[in-house]
Design a protein around this ligand. Structure first.
Ligand code: SAM
Ligand code: ZN
Length: 272
């Protein structure tokens, strides 16, 4: 059974208690649940801009693109890896609009699953999609959880701060992190760079080391101009590609594309 969420106050770090439709700490800092079912735990002093994280356009583009199912093989591989590991209190850091978080919760209904993202637009969509996940707006550099709280952090293409991960993970805890594989989107990059560079392997966050890595690759066909637009909008390529090259690319549809990912398992470095 899903328990009430365990969040810490992002201002004074004491435990938050649920009171009506709000969370309140011992020092009376209060955070209301939004109607979509998420809570905003990003106080203004932790914001680095007015609307941090992915904006609504990026969120919508990612949502539409992911619904095509091209990234489903990554979601399945992530799930298989996760189920083989202890997974009390799974936290998806940088969860976006919840494509992976939603699936993880549906496959682990006995586990408390948390989704954290700095983008309010993203968390709003995520919370609408799945009411069983505990969603909050917060920053990965200051995550609103107690020490030694979770066995498993999930992280898909989002920034990670080692110190905070170390703090909230149990001693045996680990991070499963998805990052782009060397050849990821290489055909698309050929329309942007004269000599497209391959993606480098992800480096472990500070205080962690690589315990396992799995490479997965699949070819997909993009047939619809809207799918290409969405893919560009959800990645940094959207503002890197020239209008001329974009038109060239759109004239080449249907377009074969390589999707390639590394699934990295990071464990805390032990000093003994
Ligand atoms: C490339 S998207 C990935 C989203 C999701 N994991 C997915 O793959 O669909 C990166 C996400 O990280 C979030 N993000 C960026 N900086 C962050 C931070 N400091 N703390 C939490 N989330 C952050 C963005 O808002 C965005 O939703
Ligand atoms: Zn407080």
């Amino acid at each position: 059974m899903i328990k009430t969420p365990e969040f810490n106050c992002p201002i004074c770090f004491t435990k938050l208690q649920k009171t009506g439709n709000s969370l309140v700490c011992d020092n009376k800092h209060m955070f209301d649940y939004a109607k979509e079912g998420y809570v905003n735990l990003l106080p203004v002093q932790l914001k680095n801009s007015l609307q941090p994280g992915d904006d609504k356009n990026m969120v919508l583009a990612r949502r539409e693109f992911l619904l095509l199912g091209h990234y489903d093989f990554l979601r399945q591989a992530l799930m298989k890896t996760l189920l083989a590991l202890p997974h009390n209190n799974i936290i998806d850091l940088g969860c976006g609009e919840g494509y992976y978080t939603d699936f993880i919760q549906s496959q682990t209904p006995e586990t408390n699953v948390y989704g954290v993202d700095i983008s309010k637009s993203a968390v709003k969509y995520a919370a609408k999609r799945n009411k069983q996940v505990h969603y909050c707006v917060a920053t990965n550099s200051h995550v609103p959880f107690p020490d030694d709280f979770s066995d498993l952090i999930v992280n898909v293409f989002a920034p990670l701060i080692g110190k905070e991960c170390q703090r909230i993970l149990t001693q045996q805890g680990r991070i499963i992190s998805a990052s782009p594989g060397a050849q990821h989107l290489i055909e698309l990059k050929q329309y942007i760079y004269d000599t497209p560079e391959l993606h480098n392997a992800a480096t472990p966050p500070e205080g962690f080391e690589l315990a396992d890595i799995q490479q997965i690759t699949q070819q997909v066909t993009l047939a619809n101009p809207k799918d290409v637009e969405n893919l560009l909008t959800m990645t940094p390529f959207g503002w890197k590609i020239s209008e001329q090259n974009k038109q060239k690319l759109l004239s080449k549809l249907p377009f074969q594309l390589t999707l390639s990912f590394s699934l990295n398992q990071f464990v805390p470095i032990t000093l003994v």
